[in-house]
Design a protein. Structure first.
Length: 441
């Protein structure tokens, strides 16, 4: 009997030692997350906000700011019982060689398990091609509006928890057709990828319902003749249409455009609607004087208007007292926050298992669902976010917005209207009646 007890005690000791060893090895190898943010160039002034957005999900899980500022990093971060190590990379929007060099350093030298970032359209497409080179590493670009990132030829290890720029204007065509009663429209875009994608989405939705396009104009082209009395054709075309969809990047919108449209159209609230970048830019990067009563769309609800956003803003203000509370609701913060939150939830669902080519993590990420501050989010089969957008009315105070309608569950293809058409470009989206997306029906 003594021998049996001795044998059982020995087995128990061996088991405990094995478990302890497993726990130690699990703890010794942290989850390494590469974080690509702009620390140089035109967006470098927003680096603290990008870092804050990415760090807040870790703080929520018990991490601490090292020196009280986002740029000081975090300590004590854990996910699924494993330590988390953030490895930062310094990028500059649209500087491709810098992005490639930093991403390779994170993956090849630092051996990160996942990369959050970079920031920007072109950069995200470079990241997609890098992801093909490193199929075992998870890539989650932040604030990338490029439709092409996931809609056509996606990489199997790229995930996006944010919307693209076409998704951002979902519901605008329906509002014009069903609420304002438009049957013909003129679009004005800015000749950039932003304008092309917003125009493609508006045309697809509006025309699917039965609307017709009177003209498709762009800044620097025909629209520049609007204020020229010697060139009455453009003004006449605009007057003959039921209304104008202004789908421009706020930074590029000339100061004369909205007042001139007002003189041409008359009652703007019934005859002018606004794209997402114009609405969002007017609240963050640049102030565009938008007329009260006009309706536009946004990927985020009006400031501080939902319980989820209020909770997020309170958490952000408490964690980062050195930043403006309103920063919490900017796209720079929200995109990095949602990318990191989605990644951490995927790691938790995989129980921290990053072995076997990270296959379990890929499977878990594909099934992630959570309530982000601005919208519930899930991923489609191309690992692209399905989220809400918001139809909003411009208030009498310059930066106030009134919620008109929530557009739920916006998926990237617009029920195939976009995925069956060419990649966005000047006038690329055909105007044809068809089966509209669910939110338009």
């Amino acid at each position: 009997m003594l021998a049996d007890r001795t044998r059982r005690a020995s087995l128990l000791a061996v088991t405990l030692l094995a478990l302890a060893a497993a726990g130690c090895s699990r703890g010794e190898k942290p989850v390494r997350i590469g974080l690509l943010t702009d620390c140089r160039g035109i967006y470098s002034g927003y680096e603290e906000q990008m870092l804050a957005g990415a760090e807040l999900p870790l703080l929520r899980r018990g991490a601490r700011l090292t020196n009280g500022k986002p740029s000081g990093g975090v300590s004590g971060a854990e996910v699924a019982g494993r330590a988390v190590e953030l490895v930062r990379g310094c990028t500059e929007e649209s500087e491709n060689s810098i992005l490639v060099e930093e991403a390779r350093r994170l993956v090849e030298d630092k051996r990160v398990d996942a990369v959050v970032g970079p920031f920007g359209e072109e950069d995200s497409l470079i990241a997609r091609e890098l992801a093909r080179k490193y199929p075992d590493v998870v890539f989650i670009p932040a604030w990338s509006g490029a439709q092409e990132l996931t809609l056509r030829h996606p990489a199997a290890n790229v995930y996006r928890f944010d919307t693209d720029e076409a998704q951002d204007v979902a519901g605008l065509g329906t509002y014009a057709y069903r609420t304002l009663g438009w049957r013909s429209a003129v679009t004005v875009e800015d000749g950039t990828f932003v304008g092309w994608q917003e125009e493609a989405a508006f045309v697809a939705e509006f025309c699917a319902l039965g609307g017709k396009m009177k003209a498709r104009l762009y800044l620097g082209g025909s629209i520049s003749k609007l204020s020229d009395p010697r060139k009455p054709k453009v003004a006449r075309t605009i007057k003959e249409a039921d209304g104008v969809a202004l789908l421009t990047w706020g930074l590029l919108t000339p100061s004369w455009l909205v007042p001139t449209l007002s003189r041409t159209l008359g009652s703007l609230p019934n005859r002018l609607i606004l794209g997402a970048y114009l609405m969002d830019d007017s609240n963050s990067f640049v102030h565009v004087a938008l007329p009260a009563g006009v309706v536009g769309v946004s990927s985020t609800p009006p400031a501080n208007s939902t319980p989820a956003m209020r909770r997020h803003r309170a958490e952000f203000s408490k964690a980062f007292p050195g930043l403006f509370p309103a920063d919490a609701e900017t796209r720079a913060v929200l995109a990095f926050h949602d990318a990191m939150e989605g990644l951490l939830r995927g790691i938790e669902a995989a129980d921290g298992d990053l072995s076997d080519g990270r296959q379990r993590l890929h499977e878990s990420l594909a099934e992630v669902r959570f309530d982000a501050p601005s919208s519930p989010v899930r991923l489609d089969r191309n690992r692209q976010a399905v989220r809400n957008t918001y139809v909003e009315r411009v208030g009498r105070e310059p930066r106030k917005r009134e919620l008109v309608r929530v557009v739920p569950g916006v998926e990237q293809t617009f029920r195939g209207l976009l995925s069956s058409s060419p990649a966005p470009g000047p006038g690329s989206q055909p105007c044809r009646k068809g089966s509209p997306p669910s939110w338009a029906r």
